[in-house]
Write a protein that binds this ligand. Sequence first.
Ligand SMILES: [Zn+2]
Length: 372
Amino acid sequence: MKKILTILLTVATLFLTAQERCGTTAITEKMMSDYPEYAKARAEVNNQTEKWIENHPNHSEKTIITIPVVVHVVWKTNTQNISDAQIQSQIDVLNEDYRRTNVDQINTPSVWQSIAADSEIEFCLATTDPNGNTTTGIDRVQTTHGQFGMDSDIHTASAGGADDWPNDDYLNIWVCNIQNGLLGYASPPSNWIGDGDGLVIGYQYFGRTGTVQSPYNKGRTATHEIGHWLNLDHVWGGWGSCGNDQVSDTPKQESENYSCPAFPLHPNACSTTNANGDMFMNYMDYTNDACMNLFTNGQKTRMLAAINQYRPNMLNHDLCAGTVGVSETLNQKRELIKIVDVLGRTTTNQPTNTPLFYIYNDGSVEKKIIAE
Ligand SMILES: [Zn+2]
């Protein structure tokens, strides 16, 4: 009896050390060993992506893609049953980060401002469910299940989770009491998409109000995990030193970064390929939510390839009637000229709880306040 217990503990420990804050790498590797067809399909993705990018050099025309989202709130305690406002705050963060209207964009170092992307992807809570009925896009399920690990329970109603909505049509996001040490995980795309495609995120890390806990309290876990769902790798390119994330405009970096470093960080650590150091403020690193602020043009192209090749139903649908409403202004390419404070002084600081005015080259002005 004692022997069996020891073996079980060893296995559990190994699994935990492999996770870090994001479980996507661990779950992808496990699925590839469990399902050989999945491993084969994933191996094809990089080739197919390179081909798509080669064949679509003019993806620069402005086209907004709106992704319909269903949020499954799987809760046991009232605290875990997060509010509609908290869910909406996460949708707001996604729209800001993927359209580069995030107020902290001024924190991107100037050397990378020119490659920071408006990814032209938006998100909406679904207004039509799979049966054609009206919905809020929020699916609340009470459970008796304890903490959820990275297995199929969360996306299986009979196991205490919530069944997916068709994952060709919807981005499924499960918010639950996730195992300790893990913020969330996602399923990268391929031609083999099984049950449970989407994101799983802890209720303490979803949105930017309500039950969120610092320093993962600004909704960037979902921004990061959707990056994986759209085929982005971690910016350090895996566990090897100075690895390859398959994106040409993200500098190589030795490994992941935590907390909130100062720029420049580790310049030339990967020879001259990263003279400016690590892009630790990229959404695909591991830094604190408040320190992340960009995707690059190269990452945008890869995400658009993923939608066109593996998630094509997202290109054209009417699952968010009434809320899509992409305005003419948003369709135009506009660039930030400068940011001024209430006295008209140009600023590059980003004080909290202070109104700032963002002035764009199309003459539009937006007033923004970073609330702490
Ligand atoms: Zn990750």
